[in-house]
Design a protein around this ligand. Sequence first.
Ligand SMILES: NC(=O)c1ccc[n+]([C@@H]2O[C@H](COP(=O)([O-])OP(=O)(O)OC[C@H]3O[C@@H](n4cnc5c(N)ncnc54)[C@H](OP(=O)(O)O)[C@@H]3O)[C@@H](O)[C@H]2O)c1
Length: 382
Amino acid sequence: MKRVVILGATGSIGTSTADVIRRHPDKFVAHALVGHRNVEKMMGLVRLLRPEIVVMTDLEAAKMLSDRLAGHVPVLAGMDAAIEVSGSSHAEIIVAAMVGAAGLPATMAAVRAGKRVALANKECLVTAGRLFMHEADRCGAEVVPVDSEHAAVHQALQGQPRASVAKIILTASGGPFRTRDPDSLRDVTPEQAVAHPNWSMGAKISVDSATMMNKALELIEARWLFDARPDQLDAIIHPESIVHALVSFVDGSVLAQMAMPDMRMPIAYALQSTPRLASGIEELDLPSLSRLHFEPVDPRRFPAMRLVRHVLSGEDSLAIAFNAANEEANAAFRNMKIGFTDIVRIVEQVLAMTEGCNVQDFEAVWSLDAEARQRARELCGG
Ligand SMILES: NC(=O)c1ccc[n+]([C@@H]2O[C@H](COP(=O)([O-])OP(=O)(O)OC[C@H]3O[C@@H](n4cnc5c(N)ncnc54)[C@H](OP(=O)(O)O)[C@@H]3O)[C@@H](O)[C@H]2O)c1
């Protein structure tokens, strides 16, 4: 029986993880569930999974939850408590599914404690990929991606030396605005941007999918996860979201991974890769799908994909600024402070103000992150 901690339990990935765990009571037990503010959702998860500990990183939410649970389950408060349960000797698997760079400290605690880390929080690798993977190596942590594209690549690479790999190609659905006139994108609303055609996800990543910043962040994530050179990384539009990624090898063979678009598959794989676990997703019915389409990414419609090329071949500070500015601009758009097309424009402006340098420690990551956020906030109108 493996004891699991879910960071970001109250989110979309957290909820799907709870569903997979619930299907395998003989294999997994919830050691700790970590949420931020959503007390109602956490109450439901506590009833479903009966965890040994609950953490709310928001202090007020922790107090409310503690009152509601009335001593039935211990409730801890604050990010320090999340860091503590994440590195605790009582847990074997940590599902890292907080959103944004805020998830980095608790995920690092799991890495440093040498856990199996089911990594959904791509912002961890985007902001601190070099340090993160170095620490994982040093501490014997096993990092298994939850992002469906990276889980697909992970599966395709099994048993293959890196020298055999020619290219890693991530697929992108193109989001809700794939066919919309680019000149009309200025006026789209947050409601339209979060309405993803294939995936049901949290608000931030849904907007990232609409701008294609999500795919840009995923290319950076892939660079660190698979130790790939920028010229080995590519993205292609695949509106059906059935093929999640492709790996081409030096002999011309291409391996693609397919599954219905449901995050429970990569989550089950990240919890236990061998033998595979039933995940509860719908079976793939190829005749009913009939056709799969692939098309190149149009950089005019998705300028984020042009920007990421510069970031991929540049120093660490560029990726940190890219992520931080995007988090701020994405939130400002959802709060109706800026327009949709301003998101990538602001990220580009912050990038232009960022000096290229590599980082040696996490203090440097946080300082560059704060600097870029400040610049982005100013550009978003304060
Ligand atoms: N959803 C997907 O299909 C998908 C696919 C691939 C990768 N991912 C990645 O997985 C991560 C989570 O995505 P999601 O869609 O599950 O997001 P989500 O639904 O918005 O959930 C985010 C989770 O993070 C918590 N959280 C928010 N702000 C926080 C903070 N400042 N400190 C600590 N915790 C905080 C939330 O807590 P409360 O709700 O309690 O406030 C919630 O549990 C993201 O990095 C995303 O890129 C998601």
